[in-house]
Design a protein around this ligand. Structure first.
Ligand code: ATP
Length: 364
């Protein structure tokens, strides 16, 4: 059993099976009071199913979920402190903003005066004071997301479960709502659990993250730890900016592994997280962080690539090369076009390299 003393939510070996699909498969987790916890993973990996079980809307097939050491069970008297903001928002389009926001209080029999004061407070928390009378279908997607948040906040939750809170918002609106959510989290001390398939969103906002893969957690940790040291090839690929290639160990000399991959034969020096059981012939995954690759044959590991394209990111850019016919290698370069080895003509094929201390191995 997990020690639940310091956790507000505690999941112990939770599974949820639909027919022959294990949507959630043996998940254990503790979420601390006041934390901003992110759950990320690709579409269909079980994130929403997990969130519904935390909200007491669905039950695990096996395993337990506790809120402050009391079991969460599906019933009409669910914990009122745990509030789920649905991915679909589930707003009432025919009602105005104020009516939508106060709905939960009406159902609970709160008096008109109390309702008025709490609607005003909730709308001010999400910056929608001037929208009380607007109909839902007269609002932008971002404003509707804020109404859904206000409708949850008015219930004074201790735990706010957010299913894809940024939905299909454009980048500008996403940014605005991210700021609003961060402020809310800081000002209210509410525990946030946010589900998203967008890793950059979670890596920016959450203080801890679980990376979900086909119903189970591959890794739980801080964004920094997950970015710097993914523990599985899936996590390395999912959190991005990593080049991940399957390979076999050809040789080990002292601390240095020689690995044959589809892209070439490369070296990697052992790091603390390198699996201990690796031997000659072991299948591995060879990972090169995109920010460790430079243009030119400067380091011990080098490969040639055909220029495929680039993505601008503020002052830097990600260059994508085709290597070994059908593999892609990405690396970062500052925007003025100068690699460490001087300027490279745009669009041209090129050699890139990286040190053996920058690459690392995971079990394949
Ligand atoms: P998305 O990011 O697309 O919302 P998700 O990670 O939230 O996906 P879930 O909605 O939890 O994924 O679904 C996980 C798996 O469980 C999927 O294969 C889905 O088809 C299946 N599933 C979910 N709910 C049910 C249900 N009520 N009946 C049958 N299968 C279901």
């Amino acid at each position: 059993m997990i020690d639940g003393k310091h956790s507000v939510l505690r999941l112990d070996s939770v599974s949820r099976v639909f027919g022959d699909v294990a949507a959630v498969n043996g998940v254990s987790l503790q979420i601390r009071a006041g934390e901003f916890f992110g759950i990320i993973g690709p579409s269909g990996c079980g994130k929403s199913t997990l969130l519904k079980m935390m909200a007491g809307i669905d039950s695990p097939t096996t395993g337990e979920i506790d809120y402050q050491e009391k079991p969460i069970v599906v019933s009409k008297l669910r914990f009122p402190e745990i509030v789920l903001v649905w991915q679909s928002l589930a707003l009432f389009p025919h009602m105005n903003v104020a009516k939508n926001v106060e709905f939960g209080l009406r159902v609970r029999g709160v008096t008109v005066n109390d309702r008025k004061a709490r609607v005003a407070a909730a709308l001010s928390m999400v910056g929608l004071e001037d929208f009380r009378e607007r109909r839902i279908d007269e609002l932008s997607g971002g404003e509707q997301q804020r109404v859904a948040l206000a409708r949850a906040l008015i219930l004074r939750p201790r735990v706010l479960l957010l299913d894809e809170p940024f939905g299909s918002l454009d980048p500008h609106r996403r940014g605005e709502l991210q700021v609003a959510l961060t402020k809310l989290h800081r000002e209210t001390g509410i525990t946030f659990v946010m589900v998203t398939h967008d890793q950059s969103e979670a890596l920016t906002l959450a203080s801890r993250i679980a990376v979900m893969n086909a119903g189970h957690f591959d890794q739980i940790g801080t964004p920094e730890a997950i970015l710097a040291s993914p523990t599985t090839a899936f996590v390395a690929r999912f959190v991005g900016n990593k080049n991940v290639y399957a390979g076999v160990i050809e040789n080990i000399v002292n601390n240095t592994y020689t690995v044959r991959t589809r892209v070439g034969v490369f070296l990697a020096v052992a790091r603390p997280e390198t699996p201990l059981q690796l031997a000659q012939g072991s299948k591995v995954v060879y990972i090169i962080p995109a920010d460790q690759i430079v243009e030119g044959a400067i380091h011990v590991n080098a490969t040639k690539g055909m220029f495929l394209g680039r993505v601008m990111l503020g002052s830097s850019q990600i260059i994508r090369l085709a290597v070994a016919d059908d593999c892609i290698l990405s690396y970062e370069r500052c925007r003025n076009g100068h690699g460490t080895n001087g300027p490279t003509p745009e669009m041209s094929d090129r050699t890139v390299s990286w040190p053996d201390t920058a690459a690392y191995l995971l079990a394949g």
